[in-house]
Design a protein. Sequence first.
Lengths: 430, 168
Amino acid sequence: MNQLNYTRIDADLVKTMQPAGRAYYLVLACLAAVVAWGGYAWSVQLRRGLGVAGINWPVGWGVYITLFVFWVGIAHSGTLISAVLFLFRVRWRSSIYRSAEAVTVFAVMTAGLFPLIHLGRPWVAYWLMPYPQMGGLSPNYRSPLVWDVFAVSTYLTVSALFFFTGMVPDLAVVRDRSRGWREKVYGLLAQGWQGTDRQWRHYTAAYVFLAGLATPLVISVHSIVSWDFAMSIVPGWHTTIFPPYFVAGAIHSGLAMVMLLVIPMRRLFGLNAYITGEHLGNMAKMMILTGMLLGYSYAVEFFIAWYSGNPYERAIFFYRAFGDYAWALWLLVAANVGGPLLFFFSRIRRSTAWLFALCLLITVGMFFERFVIIVTSLARDYDPFTWRLYTPRWPEISILFASFAWFFLLFLLFAKAFPVVSMWEVKETL
Amino acid sequence: MSHSAIGFFADVTSLLRAVESARAEHPGKLHTISPIPLPEVDQVLGAKPSPVRRFTLAGALLGFLAGWALTIGSAEHYPLIVGGKPLISLTPFGVVAYICTILFGALFTVAGMLINARLPRIQVGRGYDPRLTGNRFGLQVICRPEEFETVKRKLLELGAEEVKYVEV
């Protein structure tokens, strides 16, 4: 980044927010159409009931809960890159953390939709929240599902605060380089920021504490999500390895998603001077670690199922590997464990095409990881009489694609409305 | 109404040199305006650590207590044994208390930052210059109107490219 200076940083990054071309609006319209189709599918489900979806007894948690777990997981890399790497003073994070934080906020916003979509009567979703009720009833705080409500809503709040707070000095830069209504809007968002020593002193202190508070969330949120499963006695779910296993998977999938967004973004916006091969290479190296952690977790799950001597545990893991959904298991193992091993080769780490392709594979693999955990255990419970296969139907598949369209739509809007790279932190690294 | 002179510097080094030189002559009347945080300035000016940490601590403690109060209070208010677990189940309630600790801590941190940094403001202060969020570093010296010329000369001697008179 030696060729960069303060003037160029401001100019380059404010330029990314200039009015977009026709292609941008075309992509936006396509994504909005997919979201609208998903909305229609949901409306059909609301009118006719959950029976239009493939979820049924005994597989009551299908694609919707798979997507909830998947999107919460995607969120994790943002907090890792923005908060954890900030506390460890990792300098290369400065160019990518803004996009990673956006991924966090939008992924949690997407995840939060799924418990609602999954509900038969979403209009009573507020029953999960503590509110003054005439009968004096409260949510059941002993249930991991209620912990989830608290954990995910807190995660969204803290991530959004961290995301927006980190952007305030940059919004002031945009305000100072805009005219007309944009100056007014960014002026309001910048809250009168001037960059005085007093403001910076309190700002940097708050930023450190927010990072400190967000860091335990990286570990705890997906641990709590994993307890939705681990607290039950369903074979294949009732295991203590779930929290670290879910957290490793969350970071793995999140890093892949950040790469999937950052690689085209740096090309389209011409940000090669900011998001360099070193940044992408470092993220790929982190994915080697998370991929190996996942590989270890997969192996331990199978080993413990055998070592426990529990016939139900042994049966479910045998079923996962050789049963109806075995194709999904082997796909996820190849994608999540085998794929990242290719990052050991520096030629692959340096090739954006390879990075993009492998990250796409990992994203698909991580979706199937959640799918296999949830569906196989429910499809083959204790009693053979209850065994039944699950196949998602058109509303679930429509909503699956709509969730991706919704996420990318939010990210595209963000990329044009806000600075995608932190100007003040990049300036600080010069 | 207070009056001040703002000197514009091209780089951090010359700004810091100017702050060190002007500190003795204008104690308590120096402020910097910069596009990046300058912890060195706080050191030179002897600024006290930000009280935001107290807000964080207060928020976290309040959240911790609120989490326990919410869960235990709810259980006491409507006693209902669920899943064979004790009425006051410390382990699961602890999860809620932990989450509330983080949530309140974060909210109080942001509130502490806003209160101490005197934000949000509808508009920037009078005399504010957009170059100071860009590529210039400002040293603001609070002075009386009749002192301006002296301060200006001094700032120019210390390396300022330009000195502006500001009424705030």
